[in-house]
Ligand binder design. Structure first.
Ligand code: NAD
Length: 490
């Protein structure tokens, strides 16, 4: 299959409803920009409330047949889609880099990571189990079965355009749920390519319906209010997550919310500094820092703060910043003007309050939304970036003295997604893992994310988990059937 080059006619840029590629009911389209060049890549259909209503009705009707399909059939579709994604790695990576900006090697990494969710959930589809027991009085047998929750609303962010889609769609397919899916307006192209892949993999018409739009609330609102959708699975900002949570209340919909983060990255005085710097590069610079799991506050013990910051600044200064499509680029542009302005504001605020710039500290004077990889030392506690999601290539180093102090400061945030700790003492590692108020902890590693792990956060970082053994449970309902142990004789 040929997917696309951004301007090629082979990429479908219409809405995908009931297995057909259709224009928006208004006929309108909106542009998708390359953040490295500010050039418009193409235009995609601008879905309306009427398109949204049609899509959710189709998903509702398709649910009747889809829930009856065998686990093996659903697994086979996911497995075929997994193979198709991998065999189109270069095209998908190029498309993702063009619309989102990440360097090609990272985009290829995301393709592999995203495909793995389909492989994982193709295996999970065949392993949906149940339970059986007997009531305590011995009269009834209790048969516990699991059923798909029903039609799902899926909404994804722009930062991992393929993986956020496969993580939700793969789970829903495995569980037997139909879907309406709205990808981020900044990066709709990768999602449209994914829909084409699933169609080719044999997904029946109406199971997945994709509505792209430049006005998210106009499309997602009618889905939430429809009474047809039984669940919403959202990845994005805490602010929008709360809107959906409120809307979900009206129809008592199930909610999975993967929201923002403010990850502490803690380097204890006994840490292996090489590993800590390596870990910081991974946890900070993956995706140009535009990741919910990104190290947002680097707490480094006073004894090693100078040496750690010097080494980190050296590594950051050596990174090549540029168009992700160009070979050898390490750091691409930020996603848009607002993202760039926010990063610039947070750095300027920290510097005005006394932080020292070890490297970077400025936007790049060229087309695109580029910000230089930056290390700040002696960031004061009142700097805004301590309580904001930076979402950019900026590493603020905060100095601490005692374990109790750093745990208290690390947990002093409404978010609780990921945290990192670097130490060579296993007892300390266990102590920090227990003390950090987060859903995921990296010990001596800057990477926490795998289809085999339950991904998600606590506090205002969200509800529920994606991936791992529990991921599919989020898309299943339990039903218990009582059956007499000894049927009455006739
Ligand atoms: P966002 O909340 O602005 O947008 C996310 C999605 O919600 C987009 O598809 C957008 O169109 C849609 N949306 C916006 N307003 C809406 C509304 N009123 N009603 C319905 N839908 C609406 O977030 P973003 O800027 O695209 O992504 C960045 C955020 O996502 C960050 O906060 C990041 O931490 C978070 N994120 C979280 C995870 C995780 O797994 N926890 C993963 C990636 C990103």
């Amino acid at each position: 299959m040929t997917i696309t080059t951004p301007n090629s006619t082979t990429l479908k840029t219409e809405l995908f409803i009931d297995g057909e590629w259709v224009p928006s009911s208004s006929g309108a389209r909106f542009p998708v920009e390359n953040p490295a060049t500010n050039q418009v890549l193409t235009q995609v259909a601008d879905g309306t409330a009427a398109d949204a209503r049609r899509a959710i009705e189709v998903a509702g009707s398709a649910q009747v047949e889809w829930r009856r399909t065998s686990p093996r059939d659903r697994a086979d579709i996911l497995r075929a889609a997994y193979e198709l994604i991998l065999s189109n790695t270069d095209e998908l990576a190029a498309l993702m880099t063009a619309e989102m900006g990440k360097p090609l090697n990272e985009a290829r990494g995301e393709v592999a990571y995203a495909a793995e969710f389909f492989r994982w959930f193709s295996e999970e589809a065949a392993r949906i189990d149940g339970d059986s027991t007997v009531t305590v009085d011995g009269v009834h047998r209790i048969l516990v079965t699991k059923e798909p929750v029903g039609p799902c609303v899926l909404v994804t962010p722009w930062n991992f355009p393929l993986a956020m889609g496969t993580r939700k769609i793969g789970t829903a397919i495995a569980a037997g749920c139909t879907m309406v899916f709205k990808p981020a307006e900044l990066t709709p192209l990768t999602s449209l390519a994914l829909a084409a892949i699933l169609q080719e993999a044999g997904l029946p018409d109406g199971v997945l319906n994709v509505v792209t739009t430049s006005r998210p609330a106009e499309v997602v609102g009618p889905w939430m209010a429809s009474g047809i959708a039984r669940k919403v699975s959202f990845t994005g900002s805490t602010e929008v997550g709360k809107i959906l949570l409120r809307q979900a209340a009206d129809n008592v919909m199930r909610c999975s919310l993967e929201l923002g983060g403010n990850a502490p990255f803690i380097v204890l005085p006994d840490a292996d500094l090489d590993r800590a710097v390596e870990g910081a590069m991974a946890a900070k610079m993956r995706n140009m820092g535009e990741a919910c799991t990104a190290a947002n506050r680097l707490f480094v013990h006073r004894d090693i703060a100078g040496e750690f910051s010097r080494r980190l600044a050296e590594r950051m200064a050596a990174l090549r910043v540029g168009d992700g499509a160009v070979d050898g680029t390490d750091v691409g542009p930020l996603i848009d003007q607002a993202g760039l302005d926010k990063v610039e504001h947070l750095v300027n605020d920290a510097v005005a309050r006394g932080a020292k710039v070890l490297t970077g500290g400025d936007r790049l004077q060229r087309a695109g939304y580029f910000y230089a990889p930056t290390v700040l030392l002696d960031v004061p506690a009142d700097a805004e970036l301590n309580s904001a999601e930076i979402f950019g290539p900026v590493a603020p180093v905060l100095v601490f003295d005692t374990e109790d102090e750093v745990v208290q400061r690390a947990n002093d945030t409404e978010w609780g997604l990921a945290g990192y700790v670097f130490t060579q003492d296993v007892d300390r590692a266990a102590r920090f893992s227990a003390a950090l108020e987060v859903g995921m902890v990296g010990v001596n590693t800057g990477v926490v994310s795998s289809p085999a792990a339950p991904f998600g956060g606590i506090k205002q970082s969200g509800l529920g988990r994606e991936g791992g053994r529990v991921g599919i449970e989020e898309f299943l309902e339990y039903k218990y059937t009582a059956i007499p142990v000894i049927p009455a004789s006739r």
